[in-house]
Design a protein around this ligand. Sequence first.
Ligand code: HEC
Ligand code: HEC
Ligand code: HEC
Ligand code: HEC
Ligand code: HEC
Length: 454
Amino acid sequence: MKRRFALIICVTALSLACIIAALPSPQDYAGDELLGRYKYEQFKKPDRCGQCHVEIYQQWRQGMHGQAYSHHWDEIEYFELAVPHAGKDPKMADLKADCNGCHAPLSFMAGDVPPPHVSEKSRANESVSCIVCHSIAGMKGDTPFNFNYIIRPGNVFHGPRGVGTSPEHEIRQNDFFGKAELCGTCHNEKNPFGLWVKSTHLEWQEGPWSEEGVECQVCHMPPAPMLNAKMGHRYDDVHQHMNHGAHDTGKLSGAIEMRITPDAREVVLGDPVRLTLVLFNAKCGHKVPSGSAEERQLWVRVEAVDAEGNVYHLPVDHKGFEGEGQTITSNEPAYFDIGEIKGIAGFQGLQRDALPEGDRIFCLPYFDPQGRRTICQWNTAGQGVDYRIGPRETKVETYTWEIPFEVKPGAVRVHAVISYRRLVKSVADFLNVPPDETEIVLISETQTVFNVLD
Ligand code: HEC
Ligand code: HEC
Ligand code: HEC
Ligand code: HEC
Ligand code: HEC
């Protein structure tokens, strides 16, 4: 009898232990579980951190993490497209909250969704703030995506080092801070259709840099000698919070290196010359473009200039793969879902690339449920050929040009220019996005010369 009683107690205790182990510990909430879980007051403001972490604070403010909610294009896309779409389509209902899991995590955690407009200067404007990242203890699951970071609110800040002491807060050393996965919790995104619509971390993981242990931080948060806090230590390797990317001309500059060569140095008028253009991604840990690939543009234009200064555009040779049309600039009407979301009857669409036609554009096309091009990553039900340039990948393009008889004999110079634009201009103009988002940034250029004979 006693034995049986002991057994029952044992079994009950064991089951209880199992149940408790299966429940998340009160502090280990991540992803969707964080919605409305905490209060704004539990999180300090970035200005406070800036009183001691002066340089880091100023770098952060100037970077995109400091503006992830307040930046003009984010505000426009969220309030003019995502929120109305969430109101119309039950499949999209969660967007209202979900965008904030990455762009305004404090508002997501406070359940303040949609957050007030930027002009109301609410705490949503703090965007991806210091305390968001430094309250992250780890992530839930094996693959980082859709804000599956684990947040532990409080006054213990996680960081890479853990040797200093602070009068303001406790410090906990956490190796997660040196890892790409931390970044991946927001830099990989799976949309309501289950598609990867942002995969910077996954691209990196499949590429050569991850194998060599070159984490995101190496290129985006490089270490340099300085004080990491007033009254702190001086270290040789304080991680700079640059996090520079597509909004930084210097970071974009030289991202793709090129060389162009003709197949002959002397060509007779009327004969064809074949130019070979080699494009190499030496500098990026992931594909270019990465991240918001639905709206970023990377294209190369090749022109020849004859001895008299006449300019000839050379269209890229087609390779003949399926879906190639999406990888050659075109102004066919696109982005019809914008009109539908905004309820515009008879919407005629917007120019797909809003660029001169016939040039190679390195892209991953996103298609809406009707199979039409979209820049709404949440409304993406399919993707085309991924023709972006991968990390340390080299792409080759050719340009076959039958020299027209009007070309002036003598030296002909061929010029290739690769450029980047953050947002398709037709979309930006339609939605009144300020012009800095559509500024054309020079990535690099190359040229070659051959002689044309009579
Ligand atoms: C997007 C996430 C993110 C944000 C936002 C962020 N940090 Fe960091 N911070 C990191 C990571 C990651 C590291 C460590 C990098 C490494 O070890 O490679 C770090 C390191 C630090 C360090 C230690 C630096 C060193 O090497 O000694 C301090 C101090 C710090 N952050 C303070 C701040 C402050 C203050 C802010 C806001 C102004 C801030 N961080 C915003 C991710 C972030
Ligand atoms: C009153 C000054 C002060 C304020 C305010 C302050 N800190 Fe610190 N913090 C320090 C000092 C001092 C250190 C230790 C520096 C060292 O290593 O010597 C430190 C260290 C850190 C570290 C480094 C952790 C590591 O890896 O060693 C992080 C992260 C950090 N603070 C984040 C924050 C955040 C986030 C805020 C705002 C919510 C903040 N701090 C506000 C003074 C401050
Ligand atoms: C809490 C979510 C979150 C985490 C964690 C995070 N990021 Fe970001 N990051 C964002 C968001 C959101 C943006 C977009 C800001 C915008 O343009 O609206 C962004 C922008 C960037 C940009 C700028 C891209 C551009 O277009 O200029 C870089 C670079 C970047 N992050 C790198 C990192 C790195 C490296 C890490 C890890 C150390 C990291 N991020 C961690 C959310 C996050
Ligand atoms: C070997 C250096 C290197 C590594 C490693 C690296 N990046 Fe980058 N990253 C770059 C360069 C250079 C650019 C600018 C070119 C571009 O925009 O693609 C960039 C751009 C970006 C952008 C803007 C992309 C766009 O086109 O909008 C984001 C976001 C970003 N990086 C995040 C990350 C994250 C997250 C990781 C880790 C998973 C990472 N990077 C690893 C070098 C690197
Ligand atoms: C899983 C995290 C995540 C979610 C969810 C998310 N974003 Fe982002 N968003 C990012 C990151 C990271 C970037 C930066 C990528 C890059 O620079 O290429 C970004 C970039 C953007 C940009 C481009 C900003 C610029 O200045 O170029 C816009 C606009 C944007 N997001 C709007 C939204 C909207 C609207 C939603 C909800 C429908 C949303 N995002 C959901 C992480 C996220």
